[in-house]
Design a protein around this ligand. Structure first.
Ligand code: ZN
Ligand code: ZN
Ligand code: ZN
Length: 307
C-alpha cells in the first residue's frame, strides 16, 4: 500500500461527512424555496427551486465520487476509482453551464414580459436559503483546494448565495417602487457567475483526463531537480500527470553515472529522488527506471507512435 492512498482516505472521509450534511441542507433549502414560489407565484423563486433541485442531485453525485475514491484498487482497476470523481465533477459542471444558460434565457423572457410578484415573500424566503448557504460555504471552504468536487460545490454555493442576495434586493426594490423588471435584471447580472465557476472546474478536469501536467507543477523545475541528484547523468521519457486533483504521478528513465554500478547505490539514488519529489512537489506515486547504458528513447518526452 502506497502512502498516497492513506492520505486520500483520511481526506475523503472528512469531505464525505461534509457532503452528506450539505446534501440534506440543500433538500431543506429546496422545500423552503419551493413553498415560497407557491405562495408568492414568483417565477424567480420557481426557477431557483428547479436550480436547487439540480444542486441536490449534483451533491449526491459528488458524494458518490467520494465513495468511489475509498474503493480499494484491484486487478481490474489497478489505480482504484479516483477518476470516477473527475467524471462526476465534469458532469456536474456541464450541468451548471446548462442551468446558467436556462437562467439567462428565463430572465430575458421575464424582461420582455414582467409579472406582478409578491415582493414580501421574495424578501423573506431567500433569507433562509442565504443563511444556510453561507453556513455550508464556510464549512467546506477549507477543503476546496485539494478536492475538485468540493471546489465545484463551493463556487456553486457562492453563486447560490449571490442569487439569494439578488432576489432579496430585487424584492426590496419592487416592494418600494413596484418596478417588476428589476427582478430579471438582477438575475441577468448574477447568472454568469455560475458559468465562470463551472468553466474553471471543466478546465481542470479536462486537463486531468488528458493526462496533463498538474497546473501547480513546473515540468522543467521537476526535471532540473532530478538532474541535480548525485549519480544522475541524464533524464528522459519523463511523464508527470495526475489521477485526481490530489493524487499525482511521475515516471522517468534516469541514466546512472558511469562510475556507479553497485545496486545499493542505485537504490539510494532512486529513494533520494522519490523523497524530493514527494516533499517538493507532492508527487506520491513515482516510478523510475535506472539505466546503465542509454535506451532507445532519448527524448525528454517519449514518442510512442503506433506504426
Ligand atoms: Zn445552486
Ligand atoms: Zn502504485
Ligand atoms: Zn530510457
Amino acid at each position: 500500500v502506497h502512502s498516497h492512498s492513506l492520505g486520500l482516505n483520511g481526506e475523503s472521509f472528512r469531505s464525505e461527512k461534509n457532503l452528506k450534511i450539505a446534501f440534506f441542507l440543500t433538500i431543506f433549502i429546496l422545500l423552503v424555496e419551493f413553498s415560497g414560489a407557491i405562495i408568492s407565484k414568483s417565477m424567480a423563486l420557481y426557477s431557483n427551486s428547479g436550480h436547487i433541485l439540480v444542486d441536490a442531485s449534483s451533491l449526491l453525485l459528488a458524494w458518490f465520487a467520494q465513495k468511489q475514491i475509498r474503493k480499494i484498487p484491484n486487478g481490474k482497476n489497478t489505480y482504484g476509482y479516483h477518476r470516477m470523481g473527475i467524471l462526476a465533477a465534469l458532469l456536474n459542471s456541464l450541468l451548471l453551464l446548462i442551468i446558467s444558460a436556462v437562467l439567462i434565457y428565463e430572465s430575458y423572457l421575464r424582461l420582455l414580459r414582467p409579472e406582478i410578484v409578491n415582493s414580501k415573500i421574495m424578501i423573506i424566503f431567500p433569507i433562509v436559503s442565504l443563511f444556510i448557504n453561507v453556513l455550508i460555504g464556510l464549512k467546506i471552504h477549507k477543503d476546496i483546494h485539494s478536492n475538485l468536487n468540493l471546489k465545484g460545490s463551493f463556487f456553486h454555493i457562492l453563486g447560490d448565495s449571490l442569487i439569494s442576495v439578488a432576489i432579496i434586493a430585487a424584492g426590496i426594490i419592487i416592494y418600494f417602487t413596484g418596478l417588476d423588471y428589476v427582478d430579471p435584471i438582477m438575475s441577468l447580472i448574477v447568472s454568469p457567475i455560475i458559468a465562470i465557476g463551472a468553466f474553471s472546474v471543466i478546465n481542470e478536469t479536462i486537463n486531468i483526463l488528458l493526462e496533463g501536467v498538474p497546473k501547480e507543477i513546473d515540468f522543467l523545475k521537476v526535471k532540473t531537480e532530478i538532474l541535480k541528484k548525485r549519480g544522475v547523468e541524464e533524464v528522459h521519457d519523463l511523464h508527470i500527470w495526475s489521477m485526481s486533483k490530489s493524487f499525482r504521478l511521475l515516471s522517468a528513465h534516469i541514466l546512472i553515472e558511469k562510475n556507479i554500478s553497485n545496486s545499493s547505490d542505485i537504490c539510494c539514488i532512486i529513494e533520494d529522488i522519490q523523497k524530493t519529489l514527494k516533499e517538493k512537489f507532492e508527487i506520491n506515486h513515482v516510478v523510475i527506471q535506472p539505466e546503465l547504458t542509454i535506451c532507445d528513447m532519448t527524448n525528454t518526452f517519449c514518442i510512442h507512435q503506433n506504426v
